[in-house]
Design a protein. Structure first.
Length: 291
């Protein structure tokens, strides 16, 4: 039965929920807050997207040129003896370029959020300190911005594959089933890094040091199948491995991903999303005083 407390002359109803209802409310809270602040989220997102290439003559053309240059470099600068059993009938050089680029897309998505998240609250200090601002929405907004540029890279990859192969496998329709969990994973990671970065700027310096190592700790230039035991299993401790492998399965190999790999990717997504939100929400009120 709810209790009624009086604070500053106002009645505050405090609900006494059983553990199951508290858990359900916790699961729904991030989504309900995004929906409640949807107008603010969209307004700031539009401003961030507009300001990304502000002052640039080419503007959004750069968002397309960058992945095109990437594919060109991977095609002409990299060769490999790695045997790739791709579903697309292309030369080994072009196949390896697509192989690398599919991994780079996931890695760049992660890197952008890992670099920015620790200092994200500091970017909006004036809003957080001077207004009643939903600081937890900043991680959502920044991830959505990064998602937009990632989708451009995905579109460039698919168009390049379509140009050289003249067809796309039906499995590309399953791309949302991996990029939605990946986006949720990065939102949760951003919540956690935002909270840590509010207390110490060392989090930002740590990311600058650690994130480049993921270029080699993630199977971007190699396949996890080429690793000897037990490293071919230990590499899944890097959560990005599952997202890279599933992306390649449905885009390049034209097959359904291994259900165990996909289940692991879903687990890391859900766990990171809710752990990150729990951690941020726990220190939400303290953050205002320390940034």
């Amino acid at each position: 039965m709810p209790s009624v407390n009086v604070v500053n002359g106002r009645q505050i109803v405090v609900e006494e929920l059983d553990p199951a209802r508290r858990f359900v409310r916790f699961l729904a809270k991030p989504f309900s807050r995004v929906w409640y602040h949807r107008d603010l989220v969209m307004a700031i997102l539009r401003r961030e997207v507009r300001d990304r290439f502000k002052g640039s003559v080419a503007g959004w053309v750069w968002a397309v040129i960058a992945p095109l240059l990437g594919i060109a470099v991977y095609t002409f600068a990299f060769t490999t003896n790695l045997k790739l059993e791709l579903a697309v009938d292309v030369s080994p050089r072009v196949g390896y370029a697509l192989f690398i680029f599919s991994g780079i897309i996931v890695l760049n998505f992660f890197s952008e959020m890992a670099f920015r998240a620790p200092m994200l609250l500091h970017e909006y200090t004036h809003f957080i300190k001077q207004t009643i601002f939903p600081s937890d929405m900043l991680a959502v907004i920044s991830t959505l911005r990064a998602t937009l540029y990632t989708l451009i890279s995905v579109a460039v990859m698919l168009l390049f594959q379509l140009a050289v192969v003249h067809s796309l496998p039906w499995t590309v329709l399953l791309l949302p089933l991996i990029f939605i969990p990946l986006t949720a994973f990065l939102v949760g990671m951003s919540w956690f890094l935002c909270a840590i970065g509010a207390f110490t700027r060392d989090a930002g310096y740590l990311m600058i040091t650690v994130v480049p190592l993921f270029m080699f700790a993630t199977p971007v230039f190699y396949s996890n199948l080429s690793l000897p035991p037990p490293f071919n299993y230990l590499i899944y401790a890097n959560a990005l491995t599952g997202y890279v492998e599933v992306t390649r399965d449905i885009v390049l190999l034209a097959k359904l991903p291994d259900w165990r790999v996909y289940a692991w990717a879903l687990f890391t997504s859900v766990f990171t999303f809710y752990f990150g939100y729990w951690f941020f929400d726990r220190y939400r009120n303290v953050i205002v005083d320390v940034i």
